[in-house]
Design a protein around this ligand. Sequence first.
Ligand SMILES: Cc1ncc(COP(=O)(O)O)c(C=O)c1O
Length: 388
Amino acid sequence: MQALFPPRPAWIEIDLQRLKSNFEIIRHDKPKNLRILSIVKDEAYGHGAEAVAKIALQTGACFLGVSDLDEAFALRDCGITAPILLLYERHEAELPWCLSKNLTCCVGDIHIINKLARLAAAEDRRVPVHLKINTGMNRYGVPWDKADTFIDSILSQPSLMLEGLISHFSMSDEKDKTFANLQLDHFNHVNKMLETRGVHVPLRHICNSGGFLDLPHAHFDMVRLGILQFGVYPSQVCRRIPGIEPVMTVKTRVAAIQNLKPGDKVSYGMRYEAPSPRRIAVLPIGYGDGFPRVRNTGAALIHGKRAPLIGSVAMDALMVDVTDIPETQVYNEAVIMGKQGDEEITVHEVAKWKNSVSYDILVSWKFCLPRVYLPATGVNENFSIRRE
Ligand SMILES: Cc1ncc(COP(=O)(O)O)c(C=O)c1O
């Protein structure tokens, strides 16, 4: 139900034109035949799975990737019929549901392979699976040097089709690619074995964004892109593609202004003491919304200038020093993450404040911050977020 009261003065803008243009730039950057699987798990890293999935499919992605059944069901419920890969392990009880919505499973367990085969056979179907190979990350998948028995099991089941071979890099976005190349050797070992046996697997994929950018010799048939779609690079060192821009901007409005005398303290724990008369702005967004719980670290942008964060971030508020931005007034717009004028607070910068990674920052913004979609040309749908 649409609320009658004014919306909360803290929100996240998702620029669909930028999203679309990122996909177009990536499409021009990649080799022609390389396929793209768009990772839309965790509400597409906080951007909204429906919007991202639909724009990804319109601009050339052929597969979607999610973690859980509920994410996949939500995509089917909004009319998406494209192939969806469930990236991780499935529990036996989930398999009938996967079949009911034509979801493609990654498999790495004999029991699950056999169970899925029996269920598919009972429906007189032949369903695709992607065999997950553990090439060194040691999270999911079958050991690369024992893959043959799992391959035999899949090939022996007429109701299963070995459509894909999947692995995952743990360090593709680091400068030193030694471990990534070792993982690739392990993946190649399995591929060569399949080739020797005359088994053609149409979708072999190991690359995430880092691999796509920096390991062209590891592209195989498809790459699984997550963070790069959103205009954020997986690390500071990987290749840049000109024109790729962040899609998410976190915004709020000044809720109050305080004038401090020298010696006045600010916020919980009194971690900030005014060294001189200061003018500070209170922004109604805090760690309850996903902002890192930092002290005297960070900034917000007001009138295109940086206002340093002072004191401790509270659950629903943070304070910034606007002494040097005297034009600041209550209700002025402030950017918490993103661009304002010529200034920018990047996702990486926020990650540094939190001593974390940009992935964590993108998915940490809570859904109590409404997502406001800025339109893109040729995209005529209104998107909403399931978790709101
Ligand atoms: C299996 C798998 N593939 C691809 C990705 C996408 O990674 P990135 O966001 O670095 O492109 C992820 C992300 O966690 C993943 O778990």
